[in-house]
Write a protein that binds this ligand. Sequence first.
Ligand SMILES: NC(=O)c1ccc[n+]([C@@H]2O[C@H](COP(=O)([O-])OP(=O)(O)OC[C@H]3O[C@@H](n4cnc5c(N)ncnc54)[C@H](OP(=O)(O)O)[C@@H]3O)[C@@H](O)[C@H]2O)c1
Length: 253
Amino acid sequence: MYDLKGRVAVVTGSGRGIGRAIGLRFAREGCRVVFNARKRQDELDESVQQARTLGAEAVGVLADVSTIGGAGVLLQRALESFGGVDILVNNAGIGIFTPFINADEKLLERHLSSDFRSVVYTTRLFAQKMSDGGAILNISSIAGIQPMLGLSLYGAMKAAVNTLTRYLALELAPRLRVNTIAPGWVNTKLGRSMPELLGISLEDFAKKYTLTGRILEPEDVAEMAITMVRIESLTGQIIQVDSGESILGFQRQ
Ligand SMILES: NC(=O)c1ccc[n+]([C@@H]2O[C@H](COP(=O)([O-])OP(=O)(O)OC[C@H]3O[C@@H](n4cnc5c(N)ncnc54)[C@H](OP(=O)(O)O)[C@@H]3O)[C@@H](O)[C@H]2O)c1
């Protein structure tokens, strides 16, 4: 098993939601954690504070990882703060519900940048500096595996991340492992907004359209993140954490 104690973990998009939960979970394991957000300094400070309360060393870096410059700033600050990077979690992303017919150039650009370029830029820069034996974990979505109404561009970008995972696992081996978690709807600002647009609360959605009947919490995804980074024989895998949502499906019900 990959020992997490003392490792440096960088989690993009960790001012709140899934990214924060993953960062705090690494903090609990004794990692030194670099949190990141694009614009919400207050949320970033809160993530760092919570990690320090757990006894971990932590810093926060405000940087837009959908740009090469922003990804570079994040890497530089991580190296300055902790002298190296062992674990990279590409979590930053956006999800915007829009019927495909209304998906204009601006929306395409936003999804390309936030959900795909961010993974490419950050991974390319970090992979050159990460320690041997380190791990990269991407957060995609079950929308990248099965179609969901109104999420065509988002889903296509997440499918690209799933495919990229396998290519990167191939190209970066044996030095680094690359895996992906594809969550269902998770109880975050982003996750709550989507079912509500479809006229249903996340609670009712979970009751009706999952096998477990329970809402996915960011901590569920974080638990899988720790496990996937720990298992040294795991690479090139896309694991769904979705309460069985992808088995039931809800589009036609
Ligand atoms: N929630 C779900 O149901 C769900 C399901 C499947 C997959 N996912 C994926 O999980 C990831 C996290 O989602 P979430 O639900 O936790 O979202 P969230 O609650 O909206 O949080 C997103 C975080 O990412 C940051 N961020 C966004 N774009 C960024 C960028 N370009 N550079 C740096 N930071 C950036 C945000 O900071 P600022 O506000 O400061 O920009 C915020 O801290 C996303 O990739 C999402 O697609 C979510």
